[in-house]
Design a protein around this ligand. Structure first.
Ligand SMILES: C[S@@+](CC[C@H](N)C(=O)[O-])C[C@H]1O[C@@H](n2cnc3c(N)ncnc32)[C@H](O)[C@@H]1O
Length: 260
C-alpha cells in the first residue's frame, strides 16, 4: 500500500480512508464528461450518476450487467477482490455479498462518498493508472465502465494485472458503442457526458488482456434501450450471446493470469 493517508469523509460509523501514494495522487483524467483530479469532484454529478440506476432502463441494465459479470468472473467465495473505478459502489455491493474481502478504488471522492453509504468495503481515492498496492495482492481484480474514461486503458489493465496474483482473474466490463444500444444512441453518444468517453472495441479489449494470460470475451445487454415490455422481451434478447456476441452493449473481458 502507498504511504500517504487522507481521510476524505466520515460516513455513519465508518471512516472512508483514501490512501494516496506520494507524488501520484493528483494525476488527472476524464470521467463522466468532466476533468477530474483528487480534491476536485462534484457531489451533484455523482448523485445524478447514481440515480440513473433507479430509472427503468438503469435498473434493467444494471441487473443484466451484474449477472454477466458474476457469470464471467465465477465463484468469489474466500477471494480478495479489488474493484477499480468502483464509482458509487453498485457493483462493489453485489461483489461484497460473495467475496472474502473487497476494496473499492476510485479517483472521485464524491462518487466514493455515495459508495460509502452502500458498502462495508474499504474505499480508497487513487488513480487506476498507478495503483497503490503491491504486486500479486489480489485473487480477483475488476473494473466496470472505467476503461472508457481513462487516458490510457492499456496501462489500467496492466496495473490490474500487476496487482493480481498469478492464477488469479482480471475482469473488465466495457460498453460497446457498436451494439444495438450504441446504434440506437449514436447521436446521444456524441453529447455530454458520453462525448468524453472513448469506447473500446472488442478487439482492443482482447488486446489489453492478452499480454497477461488467457482471455475470454463475454457479451450481454442485447436490448437497445427501454423498450415497451422490456421485462418480457429483455430475457429473450439476452439469449443472443452465442448467435451474435458483437451486438451486446456490455462486454466482459476475463483474463486468467498466467506466470509464477
Ligand atoms: C462510468 S463510472 C463507472 C462507475 C462504476 N464502475 C459503475 O459501473 O457504476 C467511471 C468511474 O471511473 C472513475 N475513474 C475515472 N478515471 C479514473 C482513474 N484514473 N482512476 C480511478 N477511477 C477513475 C470515475 O470517477 C467514475 O467513478
Amino acid at each position: 500500500m502507498g504511504s500517504g493517508v487522507l481521510i476524505v469523509a466520515l460516513p455513519r460509523r465508518r471512516r472512508l480512508v483514501a490512501r494516496i501514494p506520494r507524488g501520484r495522487g493528483r494525476q488527472s483524467t476524464t470521467a463522466l464528461g468532466h476533468s477530474q483530479e483528487v480534491g476536485r469532484s462534484d457531489p451533484a454529478q455523482a448523485t445524478f450518476y447514481d440515480r440513473w440506476f433507479d430509472s427503468a432502463w438503469g435498473h434493467y441494465a444494471f441487473e443484466v450487467e451484474r449477472a454477466a459479470l458474476e457469470r464471467a468472473v465465477g465463484p468469489l467465495e474466500g477471494c480478495r477482490v479489488l474493484e477499480v473505478g468502483c464509482g458509487t459502489g453498485r457493483f462493489t455491493a453485489a461483489v461484497e455479498q460473495h467475496a472474502g474481502s473487497v476494496i473499492g478504488v476510485d479517483l472521485d471522492p464524491a462518487m466514493l462518498a455515495i459508495a460509502a453509504r452502500r458498502v462495508r468495503a474499504p474505499l480508497l481515492v487513487a488513480d487506476a493508472q498507478h495503483l497503490p498496492f503491491d504486486d500479486a495482492t489480489f485473487d480477483v481484480t475488476m473494473a466496470v465502465t472505467l476503461c472508457e474514461f481513462v487516458t490510457d486503458p492499456h496501462l489500467v489493465v496492466g496495473e490490474l494485472g500487476r496487482v493480481t496474483r498469478p492464477g488469479g482473474r482480471i475482469a473488465i466490463g466495457a460498453l460497446n458503442a457498436r451494439s444495438a444500444w450504441g446504434m440506437a444512441r449514436r447521436r446521444r453518444l456524441r453529447r455530454p457526458p458520453w462525448q468524453a468517453a472513448h469506447f473500446v472495441t472488442r478487439q482492443e479489449l482482447v488486446s489489453f488482456g492478452r499480454p497477461l494470460g488467457r482471455v475470454t470475451l463475454h457479451a450481454a445487454l442485447f436490448a437497445p434501450g427501454d423498450l415497451p415490455g422490456l421485462d418480457k422481451v429483455g430475457p429473450l434478447l439476452e439469449g443472443r450471446e452465442r448467435a451474435c456476441p458483437r451486438f451486446g452493449a456490455f462486454q466482459v473481458l476475463v483474463v486468467d493470469k498466467t506466470g509464477s
